[in-house]
Design a protein around this ligand. Structure first.
Ligand SMILES: *[C@@H]1O[C@H](CO)[C@@H](O)[C@H](O)[C@H]1NC(C)=O
Ligand SMILES: *[C@@H]1O[C@H](CO)[C@@H](O)[C@H](O)[C@H]1NC(C)=O
Ligand SMILES: *[C@@H]1O[C@H](CO)[C@@H](O)[C@H](O)[C@H]1NC(C)=O
Ligand SMILES: *[C@@H]1O[C@H](CO)[C@@H](O)[C@H](O)[C@H]1NC(C)=O
Ligand SMILES: *[C@@H]1O[C@H](CO)[C@@H](O)[C@H](O)[C@H]1NC(C)=O
Ligand SMILES: *[C@@H]1O[C@H](CO)[C@@H](O)[C@H](O)[C@H]1NC(C)=O
Ligand SMILES: *[C@@H]1O[C@H](CO)[C@@H](O)[C@H](O)[C@H]1NC(C)=O
Length: 316
């Protein structure tokens, strides 16, 4: 939706640009859209179409279109422009469809009159055709999985694609307690098939202060009518550091100490209790063994154990 609004804005800006630039000898068009190539021929002598030859020449003197005595003639038209043009006989504007970056350059409209002495140029208009491709909205990517905490360095990249011409500037704004701008180094790559640019930049951000949020936005300044493109803001929640850590450490130490003390007490008390219990049991076992004819091995084993423990108890 954002991109759509953008495009409408761009198109309306382009409409005003076209009117203004027709006199400035520059025509701008959007990549893969239609360029309106003017001729500005008023035909003051009211020649009939039968007497005229009209044609447009583009970059490298390639013929874009020819109207020969009222009929379209393809024989001189360069292969790149076959079926890509529409001539409006009312406005004398040549519509060039699906404009490519390679269409850029000096372009001239010629009008020739077929007189008794042959073809004579009676009008010509030259202008510069330039092509713009709006870069995509810049996108931020994280290059690592580190947690945001003091002492860490976080790496990001920001990239935007399918633009033309080269962008002017790329930069970051990082908001912590204050807002800081970091310039970005432009790294360009160009698509061989359509000549459009892909731009990327990297940011290494050392975390030096403790905040709750780190908000990072990337900006791309282009040469086209939409001058500043803005990425979505990346919000990174910081891992709580020192303040909270100390709150955890002190109670933590206390808990560990208390547990240790409790454990020590249990270790000291348990054998005592167990021993007194066993000693009591020893008495009972003795009575029991006397009363029954059960095998005595187990009882004796138990008895000797009880003795040892009770002797130990006596030692303490
Ligand atoms: C160019 O426009 C045509 C429609 O006119 C569309 O089908 C095509 O995908 C576009 N190409 C690019 C590279 O945008
Ligand atoms: C131009 O010529 C046509 C006939 O070829 C004629 O009908 C028309 O009125 C002329 N216009 C002017 C402005 O002379
Ligand atoms: C030529 O341009 C006029 C004015 O913009 C428009 O009304 C007309 O429909 C166009 N004709 C063609 C064939 O595109
Ligand atoms: C980040 O972690 C995810 C899953 O935990 C993994 O798939 C991804 O490759 C990691 N990225 C980097 C840059 O280490
Ligand atoms: C982060 O960026 C720094 C400096 O550009 C680089 O030395 C480091 O290797 C990068 N680390 C990761 C994980 O990309
Ligand atoms: C960062 O974004 C969060 C979430 O929208 C917001 O609450 C916070 O105020 C922002 N922080 C800064 C420093 O802009
Ligand atoms: C934020 O900016 C103010 C005023 O410019 C400055 O006094 C303060 O030290 C800055 N804080 C940080 C954490 O950089």
């Amino acid at each position: 939706m954002y991109t759509m609004n953008w495009k409408i804005l761009v198109l309306s800006m382009m409409a005003t640009l076209l009117v203004a630039n027709a006199t400035k000898s520059e025509v701008e068009a959007f990549y893969n859209e239609t360029a309106n190539l003017p001729c500005d021929f008023k035909n003051p002598q009211n020649f009939s179409q039968e007497e005229l030859v009209i044609f447009w020449q583009g970059a490298r003197d390639d013929v874009l279109y020819e109207l020969y005595r009222g009929r379209e003639k393809q024989i001189h038209v360069h292969a790149n422009y076959i079926n890509r043009t529409k001539f409006n006989q009312t406005t004398w504007i040549l519509h060039l469809l699906n404009v490519q970056i390679t269409d850029q350059g000096k372009c001239t409209c010629f009008v020739q009159h077929l007189g008794p002495k042959g073809l004579v140029i009676i009008h010509q208009l030259s202008f510069q055709l330039s092509v713009l491709a709006p870069f995509s909205q810049p996108e931020i990517t994280r290059l690592d999985n580190k947690t945001a905490e003091i002492g860490e360095i976080l790496n990001f990249s920001c990239s935007s694609k399918q633009g033309y011409p080269k962008p002017e500037k790329i930069y970051w704004i990082v908001e912590t307690t204050n807002s800081t701008q970091y310039p970005g180094e432009i790294h360009l790559s160009q698509d061989d098939t359509n000549q459009l640019y892909y731009v990327t930049t990297a940011l290494s951000l050392p975390i030096t202060e403790s905040t709750i949020w780190i908000n990072i936005t990337c900006f791309l300044k282009t040469q086209g009518p939409v001058e500043l493109l803005t990425s979505e803001t990346l919000q990174i929640k910081m891992k709580p550091h020192e303040e909270l850590d100390s709150n955890f450490v002190i109670p933590g130490v206390i808990v560990v100490l208390v547990l240790t003390v409790v454990l020590l007490i249990i270790l000291r008390v348990l054998p005592l209790k167990k021993c007194s219990h066993l000693c009591d049991k020893r008495e009972a076992t003795r009575v029991k063994t006397e009363d029954t004819d059960h095998p005595k091995e187990r009882d004796e084993a138990l008895e000797s154990l009880s003795y040892q423990m009770c002797e130990k108890r006596g030692d303490r």
